[in-house]
Design a binder for this molecule. Structure first.
Ligand code: AMP
Length: 282
């Protein structure tokens, strides 16, 4: 059975014990409502570490929209059942008070990384992400930490956080896990009505088509295609679609630029906001 831990003080001795015995710790931070995307990260950690710690914490400081925070799916009982099907050692489920006994006033400078896309459309979001992830790194002190490429910009931010603050942790990026029809798995998919869920398929379809168009059509044409395809659906509205280089996350103008390129999209379906991305390997 997985050990469910709510308090940092219970985690400390366990952590020390693990480390004293020279065991490596893999860490997977999540906000719960677990799905196969999360499980792929957890399985990767279990395979490559002696012990795996998963956290489930809906972090209030990374929500710029209070309704989104309020409506975020919370399914702890089901999550624990799922985790018990894996050889996962510890699940850390702290309260908000446990993680933020005092208001966290730290700010972080991510250079260009948070000036576009999620950073631009969700002001303060990545400060909140960095606040909670840095706290988790300090508390859990993992050897490796697993993050999904589904949140591509978040991954870039976390890598910068680790470099800037010299966290002795290796960041392991994990591929996007999709539903059979291509929709990127997300906890927020649970909030979609069956009608909205059908329409949501178009997001990944547009990205897959864009991938085929890359190099043949100009960058701008591919952007226009994705935005107009999604916006032509009466239930969907593109918040942004950017094709950026994967290091600096700066918009690319031409396929000839030597960088590795990624197309990142955010789409609103009613009140629900979904993100996805696709890489362009030419
Ligand atoms: P979340 O619970 O949404 O904060 O996600 C926790 C971790 O799971 C993050 O590193 C996400 O990038 C990752 N993740 C979420 N959905 C997927 C997915 N469909 N495929 C791969 N990783 C994912």
């Amino acid at each position: 059975m997985i050990q469910v831990i709510e308090h940092i003080r219970e985690l400390d001795p366990m952590n020390r014990n693990l480390r004293e015995n020279g065991r490596t710790i893999g860490f997977v931070p999540t906000m719960g409502a677990l799905h196969e995307g999360h499980l792929s990260l957890i399985k990767n950690s279990i395979e490559n570490n002696d012990a795996t710690v998963v956290s489930i914490f809906v972090n209030p400081t990374q929500f710029n929209d209070q309704n989104d925070l309020l409506n975020y799916p919370r399914t702890l009982d089901d999550d624990l059942k799922l985790l018990n099907t894996l050889k996962c050692d510890i699940v850390f489920v702290p309260s908000v008070k446990e993680m933020y006994p005092e208001k966290d006033t730290r700010v972080f400078n991510f250079g260009t990384l948070d000036k576009i896309m999620e950073g631009k459309h969700r002001p303060g979001h990545f400060i909140g992400v960095a606040q909670i992830v840095s706290k988790f790194f300090n508390i859990i002190q993992p050897d490796k930490a697993y993050f999904g490429q589904k949140d591509f910009q978040q991954l870039a931010i976390i890598k910068k956080l680790v470099t800037d603050y010299n966290y002795p942790v290796e960041i392991i990026p994990c591929p996007i896990i999709r539903e059979n029809d291509g929709l990127a798995m997300s906890s927020r998919n649970r909030l979609l009505s069956s009608e909205q869920r059908k329409h949501a398929t178009l997001i990944s379809q547009a990205l897959f088509n864009a991938q085929k168009m890359a190099g043949i059509n100009s960058v701008q044409n591919v952007i226009d295609y994705v935005v107009s395809t999604i916006n032509n659906d009466p239930l969907l509205e593109t918040e942004y679609f950017e094709i950026v280089d994967s290091n600096q996350l700066l918009p690319v103008k031409s396929w000839d630029e030597p960088s590795f390129k990624v197309g990142c999209v955010a789409v609103k379906i009613g009140e629900i906001r979904l993100i996805d991305n696709i890489n362009f390997i030419l």
